[in-house]
Every structure is written in structure tokens, then in C-alpha cells.
Design a protein around this ligand. Structure first.
Ligand SMILES: [Mg+2]
Length: 227
């Protein structure tokens, strides 16, 4: 088996996190609005966020329904209308995207680079992300924790994502995530890992060839790789 990479960047596929890379973090105003909707006492954001995060992993893993999650956050069951309002406000916090990142991904995708989205997200948010234009335009596949029944950094999650890239050798696949523990788990499987810290230039360096004329041509690259 040849070890020659098919692309000028040496990356033959990408596995990319959503929130904190493509997706922007919620603003304080958004958290305050959600706390207001939750009727949280005295707008105490610290305690509200703690209450939201405590059951979040189970929610992301698909172990809790929307009702079960918000019942844990609030300490009581919200009615159906209140639940829908909470879920809509929560989802709205996580769907804003960084156009700088999407622009780089579009340019990388133009080189035919396979891209797989890998996100820890509950079912409802997964469905919303799946329906976005950028997801349909850019991603060859999208894996969500709620559908897998597992969250990053579980090793099996990365095995599913690697299989979805269609690339057998993990050393040719770049994993990008804003959490160090997720990157560490990916590296343990042999994936190349980039811990993203909010600098789009880091993505550009990894995903786009330094020579802009070196546009990836799959058939030509395969001919070159077979030599
Ligand atoms: Mg993230």
C-alpha cells in the first residue's frame, strides 16, 4: 500500500466538530434570555448554566428526551408549550455559524476533500443542523451523538466517523475540535488532530494548499500516488 497522500496538504479527509469550530458559542445575552424563559430565580446565570450542563451529556447521548432533560434542569416538569419554548431558545443558541470557517471549508471542499461532521448534540439540534444549507453543501456525512448513543470522547465515536470518511488510514484524516480531550482521544486512534482555538488561519494552513494553483485533481493524484 502506498503511503503517498492524495492531496497537496497531506489530508485525505476531514472529521470536524460543530460547536466551537463551525458553530459560534452562545452570547451572555442568549443565556440570559434562556434563563428568563426558564424562570430561573434572580437571573443567576452561573447556577442556571450549572443546571443546564449537569444533565447535558446524557441529553447529547440521546439518553434523555427533551422533557426529561428540561425536567432535570428546572427541577420539575414544564408543560408542553413551555417545553417547546425552552427547546427552541436552547437550539437557537447553538445554530449561529462562523462564516470565516465556512469559507475555508468551502474552499477545501472545492478540492473534493471528504468532510464528516462529528457533533455532540441532542436529537432536535441534530435535525436542525442536518437541514442547514452548509451541512448539505459541505458535509459528505454527519454523525451526531444522540443518534450514535455515544458522545465524544468515546473511542467508538471516532471509529464510526473514520469509517464514514471512507479512508482506511487514520493518519491521513484530520480531526478538528475545540476541546483538548476530544482531540486527545482522536490522536489515540491515530487520527491527526488539530485543537482549534478560534483562529481560522490554523484551519487554512491545514486544509488549503500553500500554492493556490495546486488544485486537487483526484484522478491525477491517484495516478501520481500509484507510481
Ligand atoms: Mg466543540
Amino acid at each position: 500500500m502506498t503511503t503517498t497522500s492524495l492531496t497537496p496538504t497531506g489530508v485525505d479527509a476531514l472529521i470536524i466538530d460543530y460547536n466551537g469550530v463551525i458553530g459560534k458559542q452562545p452570547t451572555s445575552l442568549m443565556w440570559t434570555r434562556l434563563a428568563d424563559i426558564a424562570e430561573w430565580p434572580n437571573r443567576q446565570l452561573d447556577s442556571f448554566q450549572d443546571a443546564c450542563w449537569a444533565p447535558r451529556n446524557a441529553y447529547d447521548a440521546g439518553e434523555l428526551s427533551d422533557l426529561a432533560y428540561w425536567s432535570k434542569v428546572l427541577g420539575h416538569h414544564p408543560g408542553p408549550r413551555w417545553l417547546r419554548t425552552l427547546r427552541a431558545a436552547d437550539t437557537a443558541m447553538w445554530i449561529r455559524t462562523d462564516e470565516r470557517v465556512l469559507d475555508i471549508l468551502r474552499r477545501a471542499r472545492a478540492t473534493a476533500l471528504p468532510m464528516v461532521l462529528l457533533s455532540n448534540a441532542p436529537h432536535f439540534l441534530s435535525d436542525v443542523l442536518d437541514a442547514t444549507d452548509w451541512r448539505r453543501e459541505l458535509m459528505t456525512d454527519a454523525l451526531y451523538s444522540a443518534r450514535l448513543g455515544l458522545c465524544k470522547p468515546d473511542r467508538a465515536v471516532y471509529e464510526h466517523a473514520l469509517a464514514a470518511t471512507g479512508i482506511a488510514d487514520p493518519a491521513r484524516v484530520l480531526f478538528i475540535d475545540d476541546r483538548a480531550d476530544n482531540c486527545q482521544a482522536a490522536a489515540e486512534l491515530g487520527l491527526r488532530a488539530l485543537h482549534y482555538t478560534g483562529q481560522p488561519a490554523d484551519l487554512e494552513e491545514q486544509l488549503l494548499p500553500a500554492d493556490p494553483t495546486a488544485v486537487f485533481c483526484p484522478s491525477a493524484a491517484r495516478r501520481g500516488a500509484s507510481r
